[in-house]
Design a protein around this ligand. Structure first.
Ligand SMILES: [Ca+2]
Ligand SMILES: [Ca+2]
Ligand SMILES: [Ca+2]
Length: 153
């Protein structure tokens, strides 16, 4: 029984990503939005996935995202990721605090009219800016062909 779980742990460690590359943000963006799996995110795919994401976060289906909905959805995904991570507990806690602080800041940025909730229009606008940021070669799609700026933060 013990041996079995050790083998499983080793297998899990082997499949987890080794290093944090500079192109990580772009590649994650592609992985999450590339609906048809051709390695390219078209504007159409991006509109579809953003819309799905908005609906998924809007837990009470009132057409806008409250802070609880936005931060709560992020926290759920973060906790899943942290649970799968092999980092030591104190590093996870550090990451948790940092990420949650960023989520808080992001909510404030997304809620551009400071109404206390993110509307579909505000969400679409921020998404569009994200798409444009990743489309560094300005061809209207995001793919591995888009050069990643050296300074990513
Ligand atoms: Ca695609
Ligand atoms: Ca809502
Ligand atoms: Ca591009």
């Amino acid at each position: 029984m013990i041996r079995k779980s050790l083998i499983l742990a080793a297998a899990l460690a082997a499949v987890s990503a080794p290093a944090f590359a500079a192109s990580h943000a772009r590649d994650t963006f592609i992985k999450e939005q590339d609906v048809n799996g051709d390695g390219v995110v078209s504007k159409e795919e991006f509109v579809i996935t953003r819309d799905q994401l908005f609906k998924a976060i809007d837990a009470d289906k009132n057409g806008s995202l409250s802070k609880e909905e936005y931060v709560g959805e992020f926290k759920a995904r973060l906790e899943k990721r942290l649970a799968a991570s092999t980092d030591p507990a104190e590093k996870k806690e550090e990451e948790r605090v940092r990420q949650m602080r960023q989520a808080d800041v992001r909510f404030g940025v997304l809620d551009s009219d400071k109404s206390g909730a993110i509307t579909a229009a505000e969400f679409a606008y921020s998404g569009w800016r994200m798409f444009v940021t990743h489309d560094t070669n300005k061809d209207g799609t995001v793919s591995a062909a888009d050069p990643v700026p050296a300074d990513t933060n």
